[in-house]
Design a protein around this ligand. Sequence first.
Ligand code: NAD
Length: 249
Amino acid sequence: MGKLDGRVVIVTGAARGQGEQEARLFAAEGARVVLADVLDGLGEALAKELGEDRASYVRLDVTREADWAAAVAHAKERFGRIDGLVNNAGILRFNELVSTPLEEFQAIIQVNQIGCFLGMKAVAPEIEAAGGGTIVNTASYTGVTGMAGVGAYAATKHAVVGLTRVAAVELAPKGIRVNAVCPGAIDTPMSNPEGVDPEATAELYRNLVPLGRIGRPEEVAALALFLTAEDSSYITGQPFVVDGGWLAG
Ligand code: NAD
């Protein structure tokens, strides 16, 4: 028996990185997963690999309310109900605060913060209609502490933690638990942008992180599974750091 048998979960940013691993793990645990992203080729290929009884891809730009309505309709048409959401899509740009163009700051807010808000707004009523369920938002290590060079990003991730707490309180009477994962440095395309040597990234985190390595996206997926499954039935409104001890040091 899987931990998510019979559950239908939307995962945003599911085409690659942490979202991909969350989708793979949730499907392996018995969920039917709606893979939502703007990278259509990767998303469709993953849905095909997981099988049409297990997964379905939908194009969803998380900043667009109309896309959310369409994704909800898609999920209900394909799988009949929705009882989970993983708000995982996000973007990162490096810039010192005083050098950050306003447009860049606003673009990061749109995806990381507004996208999370729109997702909960669109999906929570469906989860309630299904009899309750879970929402997992993706904040960051920088949602609970500061770090030079990521001012806009850290602001949005602190906002995700705030949204998570408020949503948990508001949605608890409707049978919906809301928690946040706060990853440290995780080995995904986000951490390895073009032009950066992945070995240099790995070396950086070997030195910075007490556990001596960068994290794997599967290790964030395992936490998202815990927060989606009944294992965490008495937990809501909390940010959980998964960072190899980085914050502790
Ligand atoms: P990634 O760049 O590999 O994946 C992000 C996914 O989000 C991509 O598939 C991308 O297409 C999608 N996406 C971006 N904008 C979107 C939009 N407007 N609508 C829909 N989808 C969109 O990065 P990742 O490391 O897998 O990041 C996943 C989440 O984890 C993000 O919220 C990120 O901020 C967070 N996070 C990552 C790290 C890390 O070190 N990798 C650390 C802390 C938090």
